[in-house]
Design a binder for this molecule. Structure first.
Ligand SMILES: *[C@@H]1O[C@H](CO)[C@@H](O)[C@H](O)[C@H]1NC(C)=O
Ligand SMILES: *[C@@H]1O[C@H](CO)[C@@H](O)[C@H](O)[C@H]1NC(C)=O
Length: 509
């Protein structure tokens, strides 16, 4: 069937057509060889400044917004300026590229400020969203900005046991991006959501984010430790208290569509569920990073902290619901003490190193900056990598079998204190010249007769190590250690070092 020529024009002669084709291909070839001006370059090389807390792009003294005023008048529609450095030359991600959106409330803020002050140091900056301003609070550091959340009562919430404030908290992801003028805060690459009782180890957060190209849609975090909590909410969800990292372009997309997702999922429990639902509808799946910790546990979490994965510690949550991190201290002193070690060598905090002394038949397991255990005899590495069940489940119901399952292997922790390892907790730390020296002092069992106490004489352990430098893209490998001859019976000296190529972490290797 012949195609009618339009408007009665005669078909063009073949020669003219060929000429036109030739001309077109020359134009196409020329365009391809011209420099591409607005095409994004490949991701910045994954590189971290040795001290990521320092930055050239220091924040201007932001005194105006440091007060309690939610300053709605100054909230303007955000104009996101494309990071000029990313399109001209690749630049490393620094703390000034991260914006925290923290869920808080007028009731909890005064209690949580000491924790926030401990970890949230400039140039890191956070916007805290509250239901209402607290009646009084001490002056805030200039990198902490308070905002009162918009009224969210028009959104449906139908979960029977949850709190409707979950909707308000979920909308932080929208309000922060659409209503805060971030031009004065540099060009963000990552949105990190957390609760006011979440503590982040900033250099490790930065290292973790630097593994990913922020131009791409990343949704990063961790699930709960509790199988029951994951079953109840979702196994593929980043739990909000542990922290949720969303790359900025994805966060912008999320902010635009979040309200419609909130309307479609009124039956979900929390704010993190709503964020998860919306990201799922955007076609994005969770990338699991084991350094984030929701801590859906209660009581003594030392067993968990002594068996941290090789991934650097990124966050801890629910510190008000567990025992103080170090025995004999109150919660806030214990957190300060913990961050003293984390600031001295962030990458090494909680890293587990195991060494063996064949002649004295003992095994030592160091959770750096936190605690050391010394066991009689040869305890194989795999036994030490299991988490000692020192804690109790987040929700203990009558049927313990369901709630008492965790996302990692656990190991029985003897009720009889005489049967436990000799236990030490960090007492002091000093650092300099690329090294640290940390001392751990004995915590003697309370209910064990002196002749039954293992290593009854041992009072102090001194651990020396070089600063741990993480390089994105390099595989992680556990370090080795040596128990070095000590000057006295009551102390043990441990030196942490890199393992040799073929070295095994075992007593008889
Ligand atoms: C506890 O839960 C398990 C698994 O759901 C079930 O098989 C068992 O019957 C329950 N036990 C009690 C006492 O409810
Ligand atoms: C650790 O203990 C040793 C021996 O008591 C002491 O010489 C050293 O100064 C201590 N180090 C720190 C960091 O407290």
């Amino acid at each position: 069937m012949a195609t009618p020529s339009p408007h009665g024009l005669r078909p063009a002669p073949l020669r003219a057509l060929l000429l036109a084709l030739l001309f077109l291909s020359i134009i196409i070839l020329l365009t391809l060889h011209l420099p591409t001006r607005h095409r994004p370059l490949p991701p910045a090389p994954l590189m971290i400044l040795p001290t990521p807390l320092r930055t050239q792009r220091a924040e201007k003294a932001d005194l105006s917004s440091s007060s309690l005023s939610p300053s709605p008048a100054t909230m303007s529609h955000v104009v996101f300026d494309i990071d000029s450095s990313s399109s001209s030359f690749p630049s490393p991600t620094t703390m000034s590229h991260v914006v925290f959106g923290i869920a808080s409330s007028g009731r909890t803020l005064p209690k949580r400020l000491p924790l926030l002050r401990t970890w949230l140091r400039p140039p890191a900056r956070a916007f805290l969203y509250l239901d209402a301003l607290p009646r009084a609070t001490s002056p805030l550091p200039s990198n902490i900005h308070l905002r009162v959340s918009r009224d969210a009562s028009r959104f449906p919430y139908t979960h029977r046991r949850g709190l409707p404030s979950a909707v308000r908290v979920a909308r932080i992801a929208k309000e922060l991006l659409l209503e805060v003028d971030l031009r004065q805060h540099g060009s963000p690459r990552w949105l990190v959501l957390g609760d006011d009782d979440t503590a982040f180890v900033l250099p490790n957060l930065l290292h973790t984010l630097s593994k990913y190209d922020w131009h791409e849609p990343w949704y990063i975090g961790a699930r709960s430790e509790s199988v029951a909590q994951n079953a109840l909410h979702a196994f593929a969800m980043a739990f909000g208290g542990g922290g949720i990292a969303i790359s900025w372009p994805l966060a912008q997309r999320l902010a635009r569509v979040l309200d419609s997702c909130i309307i479609r999922y009124p039956h979900l429990y929390g704010s993190d569920g709503r964020i998860y639902a919306c990201l799922a509808e955007l076609g994005i799946e969770l990338t699991h990073e084991p350094g984030f910790h929701q801590i859906d546990l209660r009581g003594d979490i030392s067993g968990l902290l002594r068996a941290h994965p090789l991934a650097p510690l990124v966050s801890l949550h629910h510190l008000d619901h567990v025992y103080p991190l170090y025995p004999g201290m109150d919660r806030s002193n214990a957190v300060e003490h913990f961050f003293g070690a984390a600031n001295a060598d962030p990458a090494r905090i909680l890293q587990q190193t195991v060494c063996y002394d064949r002649s004295r038949a003992l095994t030592a397991s160091v959770a750096w900056g936190y605690s050391v255990q010394v066991f009689k005899g040869n305890v194989p590495l795999l036994d030490l990598l299991s988490v000692q069940k020192t804690f109790v489940p987040w929700r203990s119901r009558r049927n313990v079998t369901v709630t008492d399952a965790f996302m990692f292997n656990t190991k029985h922790y003897p009720r009889d204190e005489c049967k436990r390892a000799a236990l030490f907790f960090m007492k002091s730390i000093s650092s300099g010249e690329g090294k640290t020296e940390s001392n751990y002092s004995r915590q003697l069992p309370a209910k064990c007769s002196p002749n039954l106490i293992p290593f009854g004489n041992l009072q102090q352990i001194q651990v020396t190590s070089e600063l741990l430098h993480l390089v994105p893209g390099k595989a992680l490998r556990r370090h080795c250690c040596d128990i070095v001859p000590s000057s006295s019976e009551i102390t043990m000296d441990i030196n942490i070092r890199k393992c040799k190529d073929d070295e095994l972490i075992a007593m008889h290797s």
